[in-house]
Structure formats: structure tokens, C-alpha cells
Design a protein around this ligand. Structure first.
Ligand SMILES: [Zn+2]
Length: 217
């Protein structure tokens, strides 16, 4: 999810409050990052996450992270390692969506770097999806307009290869926070079956717990 620390509409705290009001138990703050703002974004997201995570009366966990966006593919591995060393719990890669000139080679470089989630990977190849499965990189099904044009392609290759899928809102504003109905319709609309409604939720829970469990700060 994105806040006005990059191109979102809300402060991180308001986004978290609105997610709680919508019934979320977990969320990740992953503002758009390159080398110019990576440190500041992670420091800011960590402070907010600590506030929310330290309060046992709040029903939400917040994962601080970044979405590496339009960076030179040859720098993705280095930036991923840097983000983790600064305390990012989740590193998302802004993949090769068909609606933006994301550099070719971004999907492969992100998978090889071992990011946690490759977002909107566009017309990703079967070979790359197989590599994502081997490396444990989750592929995104998204409710974001434009990026969602290739959901069916991503879902089909993931189903055929066994790669892990997660559903993301890619929220930039309050209206992007998911409702159960939109979540269900997006998954079924991508050509996935009823069982995927539960398996994608389980994938997100598993990923979140694994990332937050590794030395929660
Ligand atoms: Zn993105």
C-alpha cells in the first residue's frame, strides 16, 4: 500500500486506521522507492509500524517495506539487500506492467534478487514464473486498474507451474482498500477457482507471518 510519502493520498497512520475500520488484520506499507528515498521511506514506515505493532489493543499488524519502482534492473539486487539491511520487512518489486515503460528484465532481476512479491508482472514468461516458484517469490494478482489487465495471464501460468499468488490492493487512496466482494470478484475474474479464494488468503497470511517473524522490530 502507498501513502503520501510517495504517491498515495493518506498519511501512514490514517491508512492503517482505515484498514482497521475495513476489518484488516495486517497490512504492508510499501511506498515507491529508488536510491533517492529508500532510507527515508523505510525509517518512516518502521516508526509507524512500531507504534501500531506495540499496542496489543490494536487488531492490526503493520509491515514496513518498500516497492522498488522503475529502477535499473542491474541495481535491483543491491537495493533489495540494502532495504532489508535498513529493516524493511517486505520488499515488493514494481514489475513489468503493460501500462508503463518498466525496463525489460525487471521481472527476472527481481526474482533472481529474491524480492518477496513481484507486483503486476505483466506478460511475464513461463520460464520466469517457474523461476519465481523455485525462488519462493510470490506473484501478484492486483485490483489496481491498468495493472490488472494481465491478471488472467499471471493466474494461468501460476496455476500451471505451482507458483505462489497473492492478491494485493496496491492501495493509493481510501477507495482502494479491499472489500470482501471486490476481492472475491477479482480472484474469480482472473480465471481462478473457488478454492483460490482461501488459498490466496492463506498465501498472504503465510508470507506476512514469515516476514514479520524474522526478528520483528
Ligand atoms: Zn507497483
Amino acid at each position: 500500500m502507498h501513502t503520501f510519502l510517495s504517491d498515495g493520498a493518506l498519511l501512514p497512520s490514517e491508512l492503517a486506521q482505515r484498514c482497521m475500520a475495513a476489518g484488516y488484520s495486517a497490512m504492508a506499507i510499501t511506498d515507491h522507492a529508488d536510491c533517492s528515498n529508500l532510507e527515508a521511506l523505510i525509517a518512516a514506515a518502521r516508526r509507524v509500524a512500531e507504534d501500531f505493532n506495540s499496542r496489543s489493543d490494536l487488531p492490526i499488524s503493520v509491515a514496513p517495506g518498500v516497492e522498488l519502482t522503475h529502477v535499473i534492473p542491474g541495481m535491483i539486487a543491491e537495493l533489495t539487500d540494502w532495504a532489508r539491511s535498513l529493516g524493511a520487512r517486505i520488499v515488493v518489486m514494481h514489475g513489468e506492467t503493460i501500462v508503463e515503460p518498466v525496463p525489460g528484465g525487471t521481472n527476472r532481476a527481481a526474482i533472481e534478487a529474491g524480492v518477496d512479491v513481484l507486483a503486476h508482472p505483466g506478460l511475464i514468461t513461463r520460464e520466469e514464473v517457474e523461476l519465481a516458484r523455485k525462488r519462493g517469490v510470490a506473484l501478484e494478482i492486483t485490483t489496481r486498474r491498468g495493472h490488472s489487465l494481465t491478471n488472467g495471464h499471471v493466474a494461468r501460468l501460476a496455476r500451471e507451474t505451482g507458483a505462489t499468488l497473492v492478491l494485493n490492493s496496491d492501495a493509493h487512496s481510501p477507495g482502494d482498500i479491499l472489500t470482501p466482494l471486490l476481492r472475491e470478484r477479482t480472484i474469480l475474474g482472473a480465471g481462478l477457482d473457488e478454492e483460490s479464494l482461501e488459498s490466496l488468503a492463506a498465501n498472504s497470511r503465510g508470507l506476512f507471518d514469515r516476514l514479520m517473524g524474522e526478528g520483528k522490530s
